[in-house]
Design a protein around this ligand. Structure first.
Ligand SMILES: *Cc1c(COP(=O)(O)O)cnc(C)c1O
Length: 390
């Protein structure tokens, strides 16, 4: 590496360090249940997205091979991909589904393909919730479409923007998450579907944090009767509640065919590993049996929210298994994470630029593998924090 180039890297990294923004990888070793070991300390993990506790469940162990050997279009489409897509079609109630690599790859690649100038017209526009995931912004960036951001969950603002920017022969895409990854609140999907229909816009919804854990039978919030069939494209991932790795889109057959022909992230990438496809299918097959697990997570989440609010902490508009405990400044957030760690709790500090400045938080997640005693331990640890801060 050119020494001047290396120096520029080092200088910028040092700058990040001084601002308390330098990120470092820390190894976490899974123990039993939600316990992990980090830096020699035993901790209860409240930062995992394994909402149903399936990531290490024996029932998801698959016989399938680790590698697909080629892209789906070459010779990488295997019977397990067909079976997985068929199951997803039934679950989602859509005519077509496409299994893909990671959720990041899917959002980035699919959004870019939908905004392809050959189909989207000369001046397509993407209206995106301000808190949308980085992978969605990546797709817009690839397509060279400047995001038109609307205030978080503010449909009046979205409508104002839709009126201000008429279609004029180009695609208008509305992009949102059904459950927001950092705030744990929900989008008003019915309101969004109404707006999309009224304004002839294409509605794209990311269900990364709803798939498996929310909606009828864990099928996601887009499967609720008020909106089922009214969302043009739904994406979901296998890496969160389904405990594995990979993603999918559910859409109509024409859109699927377009992606197979034009989504570069799909075409030029090795197919989803058969072992991942098989685990995802096993997890999907298990979903109907996990009603009690989903109810447990919802109950414990409510307990945590009530407990945090009693301590005077802001949990924003969370009403899912994701609960932000807002601490404010970067330093307060880091100090709180440190204090919790000393009390045996792993709650990772989330700071800007992942969340807006001044809203540094501990992002807590509840899972079916937590015990009530562990939740008590969490609330007790937050109690000591309140007193320290006072
Ligand atoms: C995690 C996440 C993704 C990315 O999915 P991966 O499979 O982890 O790459 C996409 N969207 C949202 C909202 C997410 O939280």
């Amino acid at each position: 590496m050119d020494p001047r180039y290396r120096q520029r890297m080092e200088k910028l990294l040092e700058g990040l360090g001084q601002a308390g923004r330098r990120r470092r990888l820390r190894t976490v070793t899974p123990l039993e249940g939600m316990e992990v070991e980090r830096d020699g300390r035993r901790l209860v993990n409240f930062s995992s997205n394994d909402y149903l506790g399936l990531a290490r469940d024996q029932r998801l162990r698959a016989e399938e091979a680790p590698g697909a050997t080629a892209s789906r279009l070459v010779c990488g489409t295997l019977p397990i991909h067909d079976r997985l897509e068929e199951h997803l079609r039934t679950l989602k109630g859509t005519e077509a589904c496409l299994a893909m690599g990671s959720g990041f790859q899917t959002n980035a690649g699919v959004l870019a393909a939908l905004l392809d100038p050959e189909i989207a017209g000369p001046a397509p526009r993407a209206f995106i919730d301000r808190l949308g995931h980085a992978s969605m912004y990546e797709g817009l960036r690839t397509a060279n479409v400047h995001p038109t951001r609307f205030r978080h969950n503010d449909l009046d603002h979205l409508e104002e923007l839709l009126r201000k920017h008429p279609a004029e022969g180009s695609l208008r895409l509305i992009v949102t998450e059904s459950v927001f990854s950092m705030d744990g609140d929900r989008a008003d999907l019915k309101g969004l579907a109404d707006l999309a229909e009224a304004h002839d816009a294409f509605l794209y919804v990311d269900e990364a944090h709803a798939t498996g854990i929310l909606g009828p039978g864990g099928a996601g919030l887009c499967a609720k009767p008020q909106v089922k069939g009214r969302i043009d494209l739904v994406m979901g991932t296998f890496g969160k509640a389904l405990g594995g790795y990979g993603a999918f889109v559910a859409c109509d057959p024409t859109a699927r065919d377009w992606l197979v022909n034009r989504c570069r992230a799909f075409i030029y990438s090795t197919a989803l590993p058969p072992v991942c496809a098989a685990s995802a299918l096993r997890a999907l097959e298990l979903l109907p049996e996990l009603e009690a697990e989903r109810a447990f997570v919802a109950r414990q989440s409510e307990r945590v929210r009530a407990g945090l609010r009693r301590l005077g902490l802001d949990t924003l508009a969370s009403d899912t298994q994701i609960i932000p405990a807002v601490m404010g400044s970067d330093n307060d957030t880091l100090a709180a994470a440190q204090t919790l760690e000393e009390a045996g709790i792993l709650a990772v500090a989330i700071r800007p630029p992942t969340v807006p400045p001044g809203t540094g938080r501990l992002r807590l997640t509840l899972t079916a593998a937590h015990t009530e005693a562990q939740v008590d331990q969490l609330l007790h640890a937050f109690g000591t924090l309140g007193r320290l801060g006072a």
